[in-house]
Design a protein around this ligand. Structure first.
Ligand SMILES: Cc1cc2nc3c(=O)[nH]c(=O)nc-3n(C[C@H](O)[C@H](O)[C@H](O)COP(=O)(O)OP(=O)(O)OC[C@H]3O[C@@H](n4cnc5c(N)ncnc54)[C@H](O)[C@@H]3O)c2cc1C
Length: 399
């Protein structure tokens, strides 16, 4: 060592993924620079705020309005940004294998890489390729891939034989919002049909029936045809094939089948839940390896199971930042209890929304019975403006 050279004793924190929980961690890292060397790894330098994605599909927002530049955010905090994906983790050796062929060592790693679309291997292959014959196939996440494929499809739209069949596969809240957004986007094209393929007999079967009924009414109002009891398992050129053998013609298939665990976790040696998501303690640390933390859709809180939703990932951010700081300082992390219920503001296609919480739904067709059509529409528009303010404020906070 030369005279005057500083001995670096900085601890190494690696953040995998620029998901919702990591945004406040990257911001907080600005104050840790003296003692912590932070590296952020993500294949996408732009991360999307999911709440605004249906608004982008509908045409209410430009894509850039829902994007956060995590490379720049990292730079402002003195963190290194590596634009590639993690493909493997060895928690015994404390190393991560990256898609660019290199290996990173860490003292503490935090994983917030989201989920992948749930699909059979046959359908997953078609999603990966992006098409099956003339049919364009796009997963709803990652967002840059969705927009790229959707924009190309819309660009080719004029050349397609009529009518044009647009299908959304999966009818959870995200699938419903995407189908309504798509119907709004193509509302001027009488020859475009939007169908929502629902695996069950009704929408949102695990929620109180009134919620599904209101959302079904919203679909009917906005020209989305619901195809019930239809689980898609594979694709042939121009056609989606259901488990029972039914064939559904499609020019575009948007896949919103819910969250599946990233495949590379399987061989990581980390404790996983039955679905393959990382099992975490109330501290957000791995149930098997205390130097690994995980949040968002890729993690399952064993003691506090919650649905896979961005709102829970967002809420985990501040306690995750505090616990990473403690773990890096050699202190014990603190337990965190997530909220039991979360408010969901779901967009209906036009600039209107419904609010869902604690088994109740408000706005849109839900309020017509007691408010009448005019007041009910005004309420739905007001809920949209509220959602718009919340969503824009989130993106601005990190921009
Ligand atoms: C259309 C749509 C609308 C939605 N609307 C809502 C809503 O209104 N409210 C709500 O609560 N939820 C909503 N959701 C669900 C929500 O998107 C997810 O629950 C949320 O994004 C999960 O956040 P996350 O932090 O787990 O990771 P994500 O937001 O999925 O981010 C993961 C990040 O990790 C990166 N990454 C992926 N793999 C790797 C890897 N191997 N190595 C390194 N980096 C990697 C990705 O590039 C990305 O930047 C919606 C989902 C969709 C599809």
């Amino acid at each position: 060592m030369h005279r005057g050279e500083r001995v670096t004793t900085r601890r190494r924190l690696v953040l995998l993924g620029g998901g919702h929980s990591h945004l406040p961690v990257i911001t907080a890292a600005r104050h840790w620079q003296d003692t912590v060397e932070v590296t952020l790894v993500s294949p996408d330098v732009l991360t999307a705020y999911s709440g605004m994605v249906p608004g982008v599909i509908a045409g209410h927002y430009q894509a850039r309005e829902c994007l956060i530049d995590i490379g720049r955010l990292a730079g402002r905090s003195g963190a290194r940004f590596i634009p590639t994906a993690a493909v493997g983790l060895d928690p015994a050796k404390k190393t991560i294998s990256l898609g660019n062929g290199t290996v990173l060592s860490y003292d503490i790693v935090s994983i917030d890489v989201g989920a992948t679309p749930r699909a059979t291997p046959a359908l997953a292959g078609a999603i990966e390729r992006g098409h099956c014959g003339d049919m364009t196939i796009a997963p709803c996440k990652p967002f840059p891939m969705l927009m790229d494929r959707l924009d190309r499809f819309i660009g080719d739209h004029g050349a397609r034989p009529r009518p044009v069949d647009l299908c959304v596969v999966g009818a959870g809240l995200a699938g419903i919002e995407v189908a309504l957004a798509l119907a709004f986007r193509v509302r001027a094209h009488a020859d475009a049909r939007v169908r929502l393929l629902c695996g069950d007999a009704r929408l949102m079967p695990s929620a109180p029936p009134a919620i599904g009924a209101v959302l079904e009414r919203a679909c009917a109002d906005h020209g989305v045809v619901l195809v019930r009891n239809t689980r898609i398992e594979s694709a042939e050129p121009g056609t989606l094939i259901a488990v029972d053998g039914r064939r559904i013609r499609a020019d575009l298939a948007l896949i919103a089948t819910g969250a599946g665990a990233p495949a590379w976790l399987e061989h990581s040696g980390l404790a996983l839940d039955a679905q393959g998501f990382i099992a975490v303690e109330p501290t957000l640390a791995s149930a098997s390896h205390p130097s690994v933390f995980a949040t968002g859709d890729c993690a399952s809180m064993l003691q506090h199971p919650r649905p896979k939703a961005g709102v829970y990932a967002v809420r985990q951010g501040p306690p995750l930042a505090a616990n990473l700081r403690r773990a890096l300082a050699g202190e014990a992390p603190h337990p965190f209890t997530p909220q039991r219920e979360a408010l969901a503001l779901a967009a209906l296609g036009p600039r209107s929304a419904v609010a869902i919480r604690n088994g109740l739904i408000l706005g849109g067709p839900a309020s017509r019975g007691y408010l009448g059509n005019t007041l009910s529409d005004a309420l739905a528009q007001r809920l949209w403006r509220w959602k718009d303010r919340i969503d824009r404020a989130f993106v601005e906070r990190f921009s």
